[in-house]
Design a protein around this ligand. Sequence first.
Ligand code: GDP
Ligand code: MN
Length: 390
Amino acid sequence: MDLFEYQGKQYFARFGIPISPGGVATTVDEAVVQAGLAGFPVVIKAQVQVGGRGKAGGIKLAANLDEVRHHAGNILGMDIRGHVVHRVWVERASDIAKEYYASFTLDRGARKHLAMVSARGGVDIEQVAAEDPDAIVRRHVDPAMGLSHEDALQIIRDAHIDEEAVAGAAEILVKLYRCFVEGDADLVEINPLILTPSGQVHALDAKVTLDGNASYRHPEWDEFDGTESADPREQMARERGLQYVGLDGTVGIIANGAGLAMSTLDVVNQVGGSPANFLDIGGGASAAVMANALEVVNADPKVRSIFINIFGGITRGEEVANGIVTALGRVTISSPIVVRLDGTNATEGRAILKAHESDRLVSRPTMVEAARTAVEYARSADPSTEDHAR
Ligand code: GDP
Ligand code: MN
């Protein structure tokens, strides 16, 4: 789950990472109130989950109320590379002497946390990495050992952070690490981390990705739900408790088990089709779950055919088949459906499907045959689709 800057800053604040005083606003009037609370001059920042907001005109300084009205009015509703701005963050503007970079991510290959610090912040870190890789200090942190204050100081010094910022930056690095670990994040990034002319160090931007698998122990994350700018299909699936990832193709996929769902995408691709989504309905395949899944896939306007790929394990074939048939009675589906049913009691299940077979619902005995049929349906429904036939 990616947080907006303002949420990331509020998350940082819980761990004692210094940020500028500010507040979020969804209207010009609210922006005026927040500016009054923060104190002038303020900076008004578009809240969208896309970089380069400044260049796009999404970050503006305002010296007085008129300027707040003017800039907030322009930024709210602005489209920044496909992301519409629904909120602005208004904070006290900072004087900047230096801009640094600090982040923690997971290095899965090394099975360690990775700290990255650079004295060249404020710009895209990818750009720094390309132009001047030595300007970024990368240091693994053993999760069992953690990051001591001494470790943090060493990293900060190795990154050639200015002497007057060393103490403040090291303290922030320790807090940022706590935010990363105790806050169950996959990424925490401060770019820029600034030094002010008066010698203060604080975070001017915040990028936080939370680890969704840890949400069960963070009831406080609920407040982040719904503010995320998600794919509407993914939003719909999440509301129904389904594991769904939206893709760009025309064949809607419903499978049980993440592994089978992944293989289904591969097979559809192999036979020249393009999957519209990944959808894992989990172990069971009850009528209720199947109806939910069909509803989500059916709501995708790009979908031209639906491929249901179920391997019966504990859930028996006839339960799956009955689930599909009952679900079809509840949801009106606009695309033809191809079912591949295998595993426990597949024969019984297929017999049930056979009795309901039509040009809208067919069953195929193998995954490849079912994929071929689903791709053919998708093509004939939409001849303009340029799939990469092999
Ligand atoms: P991003 O470009 O979307 O990552 O947005 P940032 O929050 O990182 O801001 C981009 C740039 O705007 C920063 O690197 C600063 O140079 C500038 N900026 C942001 N806030 C302030 C501020 O309070 N004062 C000043 N002087 N510049 C700011
Ligand atoms: Mn930034």
